[in-house]
Ligand binder design. Structure first.
Ligand SMILES: NC(=O)c1ccc[n+]([C@@H]2O[C@H](COP(=O)([O-])OP(=O)(O)OC[C@H]3O[C@@H](n4cnc5c(N)ncnc54)[C@H](O)[C@@H]3O)[C@@H](O)[C@H]2O)c1
Ligand SMILES: O=C(O)[C@H](O)COP(=O)(O)O
Length: 532
């Protein structure tokens, strides 16, 4: 039974769902903050369910020898070292919609709180001061709201802003004009947004491009008296520059939910009377926490139990419905890759994958990942569908994918073409109704071969006696042949043989075959026919 650790505070719903779906679960909501203890125990788990407190570092990943999936009950995954996870073949998934409304509402709440200085006025009133003249606010009606990052949360904030009679402008490189019109907002570039906005609200992820997007230079481009809201990530703002601007009055107020360093128990923004701070409460409603807990537990269980992949950051999705139909073709793609990976010694430069017939309408991203995993595995044993695309990219492999309608006798097949500096190799295969992969073409030569754990592949002369030669040498070496396939491109031309053996071929037998002038090459092959 797969085993999951929940290392941050999650609704009990998550624990129940894991149990109901056949996953053992340990709920330790504080262990995420105890790095050393987490390092000690992480090796026991197949899954890790987190929020933002647990830092999934390269060190933790190295210690997580059984880990297959990290599930983020929430949106931001900047606390997970995704390249390190991908390299180890660990899927990282999040719940991209579960807390969006809640977070958007928090941004709007902070904007209104800053506009009317509600927290300060509350503190003063409850202290018995009745400072009616001290708290002069601003209306938001008719004001310009600049939304930086108009994805799920940003677009909800934008429409709420429109509902509050604000003029909403947005900067997001991926926002289309059409979508902007649908939202009733104006798409602008960043400088225009900075220059025109009375309120600026941030809703981008924290990436190398967005880090420090609000700094002294960008603040200088803003209107005097602008108010800034940040419910996304602390690293988007250079806090020292914001403090300077708040003190000078250039920025009239700020609503800050997220900080450069969290938990933020000390911060230069604290104590300024035009700042409203909350302790990363963007997602903190009972509704949002139920949503993300339920989603993350369902997604992680589906992956660990059924192989379905939903909302993964580093792997194509595979729905629970398509997983059973896709499974044999994933195996096929992997086997084709493994075949070429075993016969290729040179560095791979280009990989082309052709999807013919029914395979063209399948989840080809997953099939490509499987083919790459098979191709790389003979060199790097622990590669899988998550790590293979990243490894291929790191090795500079040029990848292309072709899909086409049914072109021959098979309902569909996959053909892999792999180029090295010296050779181009092709292999094609299909799955029959028994769900087992078959090789149907090697080097353009048609055949129909079952895939076995131990195989022998030879390129040889097309001359009499080859069958006898292979049979007698293997027989002498006590290697039983389960299946024997021959093929050639033309009489007397290129010929191949593919043998399915009952046992691994001994070195001496291989050497004898290789020494025979009729055999150009002989390669033992191994396939993991039961795994995956
Ligand atoms: N305070 C909280 O508790 C809380 C809760 C949920 C999410 N968040 C944060 O909010 C962020 C946004 O969440 P989301 O669900 O809207 O994500 P999303 O992916 O739907 O939207 C992010 C948008 O930012 C845009 N973007 C990326 N780089 C940009 C750039 N350089 N300039 C402008 N726009 C850029 C993207 O195109 C995308 O449309 C998350 O990454 C997370 O860090 C915080
Ligand atoms: O990215 C998110 O989903 C939010 O930052 C929420 O973080 P939390 O789960 O730690 O509250």
């Amino acid at each position: 039974m797969p085993k999951v650790l929940v290392s941050d505070k999650l609704s009990p719903t998550a624990v129940q769902i894991f149990k109901d779906r056949g996953v053992e679960v340990d709920y330790m909501p504080d262990i995420g903050k105890d790095k050393d203890r987490l390092l000690e125990i992480i090796g026991d788990y197949d899954g890790l369910a987190i929020r933002s407190a647990t830092k999934v570092t390269a060190k933790l990943i190295a210690a997580a020898t059984n880990l297959k999936v990290v599930g983020r009950a929430g949106i931001g995954v900047d606390n997970v070292d995704i390249p390190a996870a991908s390299r180890r073949g660990i899927i990282v998934m999040n719940t991209p919609f579960g807390n969006s409304i809640t977070t958007a509402e928090h941004a709007i709440s902070l904007m209104l709180a800053v506009a009317r200085q509600i927290p300060e006025a509350n503190a003063s009133t409850q202290a018995g001061k009745w400072e009616k003249n001290r708290f002069m606010g601003v209306e938001i009606t008719g004001k310009t709201l600049g939304v930086v990052g108009c994805g799920n949360i940003g677009s909800i904030v934008a429409t709420r802003g429109v509902g509050l009679k604000m003029h909403v402008i947005a900067f997001d490189p991926f926002l289309s004009e059409k979508r902007a019109v649908e939202l009733g907002i104006e798409k602008v570039d960043l400088d225009e947004l900075l220059a025109r906005s009375d309120f600026i609200t941030l809703h981008t992820p924290l990436t190398d491009k967005t880090r420090n997007i609000i700094n002294a230079q960008s603040i200088a481009k803003m209107k005097d008296g602008v108010r800034i809201i940040n419910c996304a990530r602390g690293g988007l703002i250079v806090e020292a520059d914001l403090v300077t601007a708040l003190k000078s009055g250039k920025v009239a107020g700020a609503g800050i939910d997220v900080f450069e360093a969290e938990p933020a128990t000390e911060n230069a923004l604290f104590g300024l009377d035009n700042v409203v701070c909350t302790p990363h409460l963007g997602a903190a409603t009972s509704e949002a926490q139920e949503n993300v807990a339920l989603q993350v537990a369902e997604q992680m269980s589906d992956y660990l139990v059924k192989g379905a992949v939903t909302n993964a950051i580093n792997m194509p999705s595979i729905t629970a419905e398509e997983a059973p139909r896709l499974k044999p073709f994933i195996k096929l793609a992997e086997v084709l890759g493994t075949f070429v990976g075993q016969v290729t010694e040179d560095p791979i430069k280009e990989v082309e994958i052709l999807f013919d017939g029914q395979t063209a309408s399948m989840n080809t991203s997953a099939l490509v990942s499987a083919a790459l995993a098979g191709l790389i595995r003979p060199q790097v044993a622990d590669v899988n569908m998550v790590s293979a695309p990243i490894m291929a990219k790191e090795r500079g492999v040029i990848l292309s994918e072709i899909r086409r309608d049914k072109s021959g006798v098979f309902d569909g097949y996959i053909k892999l073409t792999v180029k090295t500096p010296t050779k181009t190799r092709t292999i094609a295969g299909t799955c029959f109704s028994d769900g087992k992969p078959r090789f149907i073409q090697i080097k353009g030569i048609n055949l129909e071969a079952e895939v076995g754990e131990h195989m022998l592949y030879t390129t040889n002369q097309d001359s009499p006696g080859i069958i006898g030669l292979l049979g007698s040498v293997l027989g002498k070496g006590e290697v039983n042949i389960a299946n024997f396939q021959l093929g050639r491109n033309r009489a007397g031309g290129d010929a191949i043989a593919l043998l399915y053996l009952d046992a691994q071929i001994p070195d001496a037998v291989l050497a004898e075959l290789r020494a025979n002038p009729k055999i150009d090459s002989a390669k033992p092959l191994h396939f993991d026919i039961n795994g995956g």
